[in-house]
Design a protein around this ligand. Structure first.
Ligand SMILES: NC(=O)c1ccc[n+]([C@@H]2O[C@H](COP(=O)([O-])OP(=O)(O)OC[C@H]3O[C@@H](n4cnc5c(N)ncnc54)[C@H](OP(=O)(O)O)[C@@H]3O)[C@@H](O)[C@H]2O)c1
Length: 327
């Protein structure tokens, strides 16, 4: 049985999530890749325990993470039982439903039928009585938002989740869902959205809605799945996501134009005395983001990425230079 580092809360920063009572570690660990059926369980344990030892308290899942769908939750369940049993109250575990999970009309989207059944399945896979955050994973234009909101409200009332979140909602959808859930006294805790130096859409309206509604923010793919690191500067390494079987990062994304820009960003990172991965994490956290949701394929990456917090904030010139490279 693993014993956690006694100094785990010494270095990490904890940010208040919107206007809630909950604080989240500035970095969170996601289990979308490398925690599925075909991955090495020993490596998962090393990554999850390395993260916790560094003060990461928040672990993010979804019903469909794997492959096979559901297997990341099963592996998390194994780790919760084998490694983290004494630490449940020090952990924030989230899961989601909203994408296709099972066949037929009830295993997808945003109906009450799907959300409640899916969370029940997730809890079973993880061996938990409750998750800390349950998300609606993506907006559903066909289900009335009131129905999705009522399901989230009832999930919280039933004690199966402590807080609710939404993911991939537009600013307008976020505003509407926030209003409905506020009227039910179950405010949206957090919004999970793709945000990194290459993907800045949330700056066009989402951040201001979150601020106005008092909702926290968690950015996924802060390293653009590894593109915002130095690993693809000289080709595609064999042990990288782009070389593997993930359909979410294919080698055709790594174009000469992108490599040129990433090379210039890498020069700025070197001048700052950090790696590009570290600069990408710190850039994510430069403003008002609650937490930066990293992924990893090995524990060393988590250590490197958490160490980003030791470096100083950006100068206005550095931020301008980054904007110019990516314009
Ligand atoms: N809500 C949503 O719709 C949604 C969608 C996508 C993701 N997410 C969440 O966001 C989490 C993170 O997504 P992500 O895994 O794409 O995040 P990411 O942090 O952008 O990419 C992680 C990948 O980058 C590489 N990497 C990490 N640190 C590195 C370092 N220091 N040096 C070099 N390479 C490094 C690793 O890939 P290699 O295999 O190449 O080593 C790692 O698996 C997911 O696990 C999930 O929880 C949510």
């Amino acid at each position: 049985m693993y014993t956690a580092n006694e100094k785990r809360y010494g270095e990490m920063k904890y940010n208040r999530c919107g206007k809630s009572g909950l604080k989240l570690s500035a970095l969170s660990l996601g289990m979308w890749h490398n925690f599925g059926s075909f991955d090495d369980y020993g490596n998962m344990v090393k990554m999850a325990t390395a993260a916790f030892d560094l003060g990461i308290t928040h672990f993010d899942l979804a019903n469909n993470y794997g492959p096979v769908p559901g297997s990341a939750e099963e592996n998390m369940g194994k780790m919760l039982k084998n490694e983290f049993a004494p630490y449940r109250d020090e952990l924030i575990i989230s899961t989601k439903a909203g994408y296709t999970m099972w066949d037929g009309p009830y295993g997808d989207h945003g109906s009450r039928k799907y959300l409640i059944a899916s969370l029940d399945q997730s809890l079973k896979r993880m061996g938990l009585d409750y998750v800390d955050i349950f998300y609606h994973h993506r907006p559903d234009k066909e289900t009335p938002m009131e129905e999705t909101a009522m399901a989230l409200y009832d999930i919280v009332r039933s004690g199966k989740a402590l807080y609710v979140g939404i993911s991939n909602y537009s600013p307008e959808e976020t505003q509407k869902m926030s209003g409905i859930l506020k009227s039910l006294n179950t405010p949206v805790l957090i919004h999970q959205v793709r945000y990194n130096m290459l993907e800045r859409t949330p700056e066009n309206g989402l951040w201001s809605v979150l601020e106005q509604e008092g909702i926290g923010s968690i950015a996924f793919c802060p390293l653009a799945q590894g593109l915002l690191t130095n690993k693809y500067l000289h080709g595609i390494p064999a042990n990288s996501r782009a070389a593997g079987s993930s359909k979410f990062l294919t080698s055709d994304r790594i174009t000469p134009g992108l490599v040129e820009k990433v090379g210039k960003l890498n020069d700025i990172a070197i001048n700052r005395g950090q790696t590009l991965a570290q600069m990408a994490v710190l850039w994510n956290l430069r403003d008002t983001l609650t937490t930066c949701l990293i992924g990893a394929s090995r524990p060393e990456q988590i250590i490197e990425n958490v160490n980003a917090l030791k470096n100083s904030a950006f100068t206005a010139d550095e931020l301008k230079a980054i904007d110019e490279i990516l314009a």
